[in-house]
Design a binder for this molecule. Structure first.
Ligand code: LLP
Length: 455
């Protein structure tokens, strides 16, 4: 099994956190996201404890909520003492609706709108990671209007390629995120921030990428960031109190993938950073890190029902499931690898190979190709492992497929924390908006008359 919380019971069924996955599928229906709360809390604690233990001026993980955004996740992160990274007005709204303390939020994004900036300022968001100069000016305006001074981090790109996968690399000079150190623009950005009214510069932020299994890319980033901070001190007389090193902690998706020890990794980063600051006679900063996948990825499993098994003679087999790219677009987007199994016969050998195909009208709607799995039958529960990150949060209603619920397991007891979407949800506002089309209401009326609908 891929994770310690994955077991097989006496019936030969796959269990998550001690709970029979076949029973979960029968009880809640499929597709179904299952999250093991013990696992995600344990990951939060490892990160929080390591940052407290190993950083001389302290530190805190911010849960990167883009990985799994729902009210319950903010409640859990809050109860573990974590902060959170939000990246849109929608995530910010969800966090606040869950009662998450605004001062422990860091608001990211490379294209924040004026409305979002006003919302964040008025909500009292603790830190806004400013991406570029235009945004700095907009934020100054928003803070001025509200009669406040907003604490900010500046997002800079250290020019690092963590050599994971291109779609999620963000720290290189040529990036849509932040401002580059290498070109001298980050220094200009810093000068501007120090001079801009209603802005209080609290420090710097970088995020180099995702699925990082070693400390090296982070220590490289720390080297570049501290050298930059030292230069800023010399040139602008400003000493940064906060260094945010971003997210990126890796999780294992398939056998053989590295399964990093987060405590050891954070310790290496902390020790390296501390030594580096000492060498520069720079006061140790308060450090933030933003694990998303590392917190929720391994805690999640998605369950589907096998609809049919199709073997094309001389070619290959397809297992058709009742979900797919609508609840997990990661294979279609990135070619991401997964481990799958038939939950009903999890102890049997994986003697079958197939493409696991989703239900959408797209050949590319796959969970994976040539996947080893137990011989499947229609009606079986198929489990895809390590789907806690960027599955629910990237789900869509393509082909008008309702999004699945999330069931959270605590001490063997399941509870629904996000309910299954219904067909009614699909036609409720705004999805069923009938009158407010881009054309006039009169035009809409005509169309509705034509089709015999009432508006
Ligand atoms: N902080 C910032 C500023 C980020 O942009 C991200 C992720 C994180 C933290 C969290 O990174 P993590 O610890 O989860 O690796 N949808 C892709 C991943 C996109 C990551 C975007 N930014 C996927 O499914 O793999």
């Amino acid at each position: 099994m891929l994770q310690d919380n994955h077991t097989i019971n006496a019936a030969g069924h796959f269990c998550v956190g001690g709970v029979d996955a076949v029973t979960l599928a029968q009880t809640y229906g499929t597709p179904l996201y299952v999250m093991d709360e013990a696992v995600l809390r344990a990951k939060m604690r490892v990160c929080a404890d390591a940052m407290t233990k190993y950083l001389p001026a302290g530190g805190m993980p911010l849960f990167a909520s883009k990985a799994l955004c729902c009210k319950e996740m903010y409640r859990i992160a809050g109860s573990e003492g974590l902060g959170a990274d939000v990246v849109s007005g929608g995530e910010l709204y969800t966090a606040l609706a869950a009662g998450f303390p605004a001062e422990k939020l860091c608001f990211h994004g490379s294209a924040k709108t004026m409305d979002e900036l006003r919302f964040a300022v008025s909500a009292g968001v603790g830190l806004i990671a400013v991406d570029n100069d235009e945004e700095l000016q907009n934020l100054s305006r928003a803070a001025g209007e509200a009669g406040r001074t907003q604490r900010v981090l500046l997002r800079v790109t250290p020019g690092i390629d963590p050599h994971t996968f291109a779609a999620v690399n963000t720290g290189m000079v040529d990036s849509k995120f932040g401002v580059a150190i290498e070109t001298g623009q980050a220094m200009e950005f810093t000068r501007a921030a120090l001079e801009t009214p209603h802005i209080a510069l609290a420090g710097f932020h970088c995020h180099i990428g995702s699925q990082i299994a070693e400390s090296k890319p982070f220590t490289d980033a720390a080297d570049i960031m501290t050298a930059f901070m030292d230069e800023v001190r010399t040139e602008c007389g400003y000493t940064a109190g906060i260094l945010n090193l971003g997210g990126g902690l890796a999780v294992p998706y398939v056998a053989g993938d590295p399964d990093p020890d987060y405590d050891a990794l954070i310790r290496e980063v902390a020790e390296h950073l501390t030594a580096r600051c000492a060498a520069l006679h720079y006061p140790a900063p308060y450090v933030l890190m933003e694990p998303g996948r590392g917190i929720v990825g391994a805690a999640g499993v998605t369950l589907y029902t096998v609809q049919s098994v199709k073997t094309i003679t001389g070619y290959k087999s397809y297992i058709a499931i009742d979900g797919g790219m609508t609840d997990d677009p990661r294979y279609a987007l990135y070619g991401s690898q997964y481990t799958v199994l038939i939950a009903d016969r999890a102890g049997e050998p994986k003697d079958f190979t197939a493409d696991v195909a989703g239900r959408c009208c797209e050949s590319g709607d796959l969970i994976g190709e040539n996947m080893p799995i137990q011989t499947p039958r229609a009606g079986d529960t198929l489990a895809v492992l390590v789907t806690g990150a960027y599955n629910y949060s990237m789900a869509s209603n393509y082909n008008r497929v309702p999004r699945p619920p999330i069931v959270m397991l605590r001490d063997g007891v399941p509870r629904v924390v996000v309910r299954r979407e219904t067909y009614e949800d699909l036609v409720a506002w705004p999805g069923g908006c009938t009158r407010f089309t881009a054309r006039s209401d009169a035009f809409s009326e005509k169309i509705f008359d034509f089709f015999g609908f009432s508006s």
